[in-house]
Structure formats: structure tokens, C-alpha cells
Write a new protein. Structure first.
Length: 466
């Protein structure tokens, strides 16, 4: 098959769930011998592939996220010199307003349409399929193998007929509410919470994705908004805060009094950007840490002295150089900014009871290969997360560097900003800083107190250097 008979669909987006869901639906719907599907988390790599396609005469349909690692999509779009006969582009973002996206799309003739996240996957992929089918040279009519793959609904099984009707009506209402306004998003979160209560255990995620077309990650955010702000709905709607800020404030790691400060400040007319929110949180955390230090009981340190030193031969006493041993604070839980360190075993009930339900990724360094199967935590987490197990943690310089690189790749691939991740044992404290850099929220269990000291130390040193 020659290149000119192919269509390349390129997704340039660092959101793993988005790429995975769109790719899976298109793969099921189209004859993929005619359609090349590729996804890129880095913008430069994606645009290089588009340029290569242009050189080979392959028609490209590109979905381009605006906020990307290293270099943003709007910068790459501005630099690109594509022709509409070679490239058809779609601009997508969760962080830009509709008017901002329209402005970007209007700057280039080859940009066809804009989308604001979260998108309805059924509608979005249906549109992509229609565009793709227009550009494939067909000698027969088998390009669209089955559009029914997009329309497979939730299996209601033996549920009561009146409940089925109610749930279908709720799905329609929820789809209409999402992404309109903050008020309607909160209402969607409320309805979703009620639907979850009505469905059999373990069926909610399937219902969400099949009946609303939205991915569970997005739906979980709406429900978290309702859980956090539902009892002060009017205040939130009138606060002037945008939905991106509200998602961050709704995180389990955000203290309630900090939320109140932000809401009060925004309600007074002050504009709160993501950058401003980060600055406020840093000041808040530093204030809390200072108060804790002032009230914390002094910890006795071990001092090595020599009993056989003869001090009678000189009036000057020899200088004693104490060997200071860092001792973990007496409390078992230590807050490190938005992260929580538990100085104890990952299977401890007091730790597992505090874990949020929406952990999306976990890394474990168990002492034995069967630990994950025996652990009381991980079975409940496995259904919702990607997990990396390392049964040993080599400490050689090259091995450590390779392990850190591998773990960072895993975090980038399987997570999105402000998601909760779990570390069960943490032999490499630098992993915390890597996760923090990716704007993830860490829940760490480490029974080795010396290692806990190291984790606290590296966190405080990093904070002090900023």
C-alpha cells in the first residue's frame, strides 16, 4: 500500500488517559491498515512526525494540546508552516478559554476546530472518524467497519425498569451539565455521586464511560468538586475562581483553612492564577512548618564522648564534636507540603485508612516478590491504578540513575497533574522531588526511620533552595 493512500492520526497530548481512550475507540471503528495512529507526549516529537508525513505525502490529522512539557503547543503551532492540503489540525486544552483557543485556531489556515477539555469522547471521536474517512482514498467501502463500536451502552442487566429509566435520564442530564459553568459542573458532581450510590458495587466506572462518554478521571474530578464544595455552592459560584483552580483546591492534600483563604481572597476581587495559588500554598506551608518547629519538643541527640580523655593536663577542655543523629518527629504522619509521609509499614491500617480512593499510580519496593499479593493495601488499589514493582533497589550510581529515569517515565506516562500516587517503601527519596515537579500528590509509607529522616531532609533542603 502506497503512502498516498494512508492517513496519519497524530495525538500530541501528555494526558495518557486521553490518548489511550481516543486511540482505542478509533482502532475499533476504523480499518487501521489505512489509518496510522500515533501519540506523543512531547510536542517537538509530534511536530517532527507531522513534518516527516508532509515529506512523504501522507495526509495528517493532528490533535494538538496547548499545554505540553518543555514547549507548549501554541508556540509550536506559531512556528509551523503547514499547508491545509497536507495537515488538518485540531486544538484542544483544559487550560485555555474558548476565545483563547479560537484566537489560536484563527492564526493558521490548517487549523480546523477547537475543543475544550474534558471532551465527550463519543462526540469527539465520531467527528475525528468523519474527517478521517473524507481523506482516505477508498477502493471499497470497508473503511468504516462499524460505527456501532461507539454506541455500545451500559449493560443494565437485571436492574429494575424504573431505575434503568432514571439512570438513562441522569446520563442525558449529566452530559448537558458538564463543562457549561461552575454551577452546572457542581450539579453534575452531585448527580454522579447519587448515581454511584444507586448502581451495584463496581459498576459505576463502566456506567460513566459508556453512558456519558467521559473518562472516569474527569468524572472523579467533578465528584470531588461536589464533595468538597457542595455545602457552600453559592459561595463558590460567586467566588470568581475558575474550574482549574477549584480542581486543585479540591485535592485531599489541601487543608481546609487554606481553601477558605483562597476563596475569601478571590471573592474580594483578587485574581487567582495557578502561579499565584502555588505561591500562596508555599507561604502557607512555610508558616505551618515554622509553628510546628516552635512548638516541637527538642529531641535528644546521641553524643559520642571519650571516657579516657585526660583533661587535667590542660586548662582548656577538648572540644567535643557530637555525632548528631537525625531523629524523626514523634508523630507518625509528617506533612511535606501537599504530600504525606507515614513512618510505618505500608500495610498498617492507620495508613491505609487515610489513603484517598482515587490513587491512579503506585510504586512499590517490596522485600519479597509476593508482597503485593499479600498486602492489604494493593488489592483495593490495583483495579484503578498502574503499579510498578521493584523487588530490589540497587544503590550503585549508574543503577540508581537508571531506576530513577525509569520511575520518572512511569509517572509521566501514567499520571496527570494533581493526581494521587502511592509509594510503598521509598529507597530513593529523590522520587518525591520528581513527583512534586510533575505536580503529583504523594502518599508515602516507609517503615525505615533513617530513610524517613532522609526523605524529610531532602524535602526541606529542596524547599530552602527555592
Amino acid at each position: 500500500m502506497s503512502d498516498r493512500k494512508l492517513v496519519s492520526v497524530i495525538l500530541i497530548d501528555d494526558e495518557r488517559d486521553f490518548n489511550k481512550c481516543v486511540t482505542e475507540i478509533i482502532s475499533k471503528t476504523l480499518n487501521t491498515e489505512r489509518v496510522l495512529l500515533q501519540s506523543f507526549a512531547e510536542g517537538n516529537e509530534g511536530f517532527k512526525q507531522i513534518e516527516e508525513n508532509c515529506r512523504r505525502g501522507i495526509m495528517t490529522i493532528a490533535v494538538i494540546d496547548i499545554i505540553l512539557p518543555q514547549i507548549n503547543g501554541d508556540v509550536l503551532i506559531e512556528q509551523a508552516k503547514f499547508d491545509k492540503k497536507d495537515v488538518l489540525g485540531f486544538v484542544i486544552s483544559a487550560h485555555k478559554t474558548e476565545s483563547e483557543l479560537n484566537s489560536i485556531a484563527a492564526s493558521k489556515e490548517w487549523l480546523e476546530k477547537i475543543y475544550c477539555k474534558p471532551v465527550n469522547y463519543q462526540n469527539f471521536t465520531n467527528e475525528l472518524v468523519r474527517y478521517i474517512s473524507q481523506y482516505v482514498e477508498r477502493e471499497d467501502s470497508d473503511l468504516i467497519e462499524s460505527s456501532s463500536a461507539l454506541d455500545v451502552g451500559f449493560d443494565y442487566g437485571e436492574l429494575d425498569a424504573s431505575l434503568i429509566l432514571h439512570l438513562k435520564e441522569e446520563a442525558t442530564e449529566i452530559k448537558g451539565l458538564i463543562r457549561n459553568t461552575i454551577e452546572s459542573t457542581l450539579e453534575a458532581g452531585k448527580r454522579l455521586t447519587e448515581v454511584k450510590r444507586l448502581l451495584p458495587h463496581g459498576k459505576f466506572r463502566e456506567w460513566v464511560e459508556k453512558e456519558t462518554g467521559f473518562h472516569y478521571t474527569s468524572i472523579a474530578q467533578f465528584m470531588r468538586l461536589w464533595e468538597t464544595f457542595g455545602n457552600r455552592r453559592a459561595d463558590i459560584v460567586n467566588s470568581g475562581l475558575n474550574v482549574t483552580i477549584l480542581y486543585r483546591l479540591a485535592s485531599d492534600s489541601v487543608p481546609e483553612d487554606f481553601r477558605q483563604r483562597v476563596i475569601k481572597l478571590s471573592s474580594s476581587g483578587k485574581k487567582i492564577s495557578v502561579k499565584k495559588l502555588k505561591q500562596m500554598r508555599q507561604v502557607y506551608d512555610e508558616g505551618i512548618a515554622q509553628k510546628e518547629n516552635e512548638s516541637q519538643e527538642e529531641v535528644t541527640v546521641n553524643v559520642n564522648t571519650s571516657a579516657d580523655i585526660d583533661t587535667t593536663k590542660t586548662d582548656k577542655k577538648p572540644e567535643k564534636k557530637p555525632e548528631i543523629v537525625n531523629v524523626i518527629r514523634k508523630k507518625r504522619f509528617i506533612e511535606l507540603g501537599p504530600h504525606l509521609l507515614y513512618c510505618g509499614h505500608p500495610t498498617a491500617r492507620e495508613f491505609s485508612d487515610r489513603l484517598p480512593e482515587d490513587i491512579t499510580f503506585s510504586i512499590a519496593f517490596p522485600m519479597t516478590s509476593d508482597w503485593g499479593e499479600r498486602s492489604s493495601i494493593f488489592p483495593s488499589v490495583y483495579g484503578l491504578t498502574e503499579t510498578i514493582f521493584r523487588n530490589n533497589a540497587p544503590q550503585g550510581e549508574e543503577e540508581v540513575a537508571a531506576n530513577l529515569k525509569f520511575m520518572r517515565s512511569g509517572m509521566k506516562e501514567f499520571t496527570y497533574f494533581q493526581e494521587n500516587i502511592l509509594f510503598a517503601f521509598l529507597p530513593y527519596p529523590k522520587l518525591l522531588l520528581m513527583a512534586h515537579e510533575l505536580e503529583l500528590i504523594c502518599w508515602i509509607a516507609e517503615p525505615n526511620l533513617q530513610r524517613c529522616d532522609e526523605i524529610v531532609k531532602i524535602w526541606e533542603e529542596n524547599r530552602a533552595s527555592r
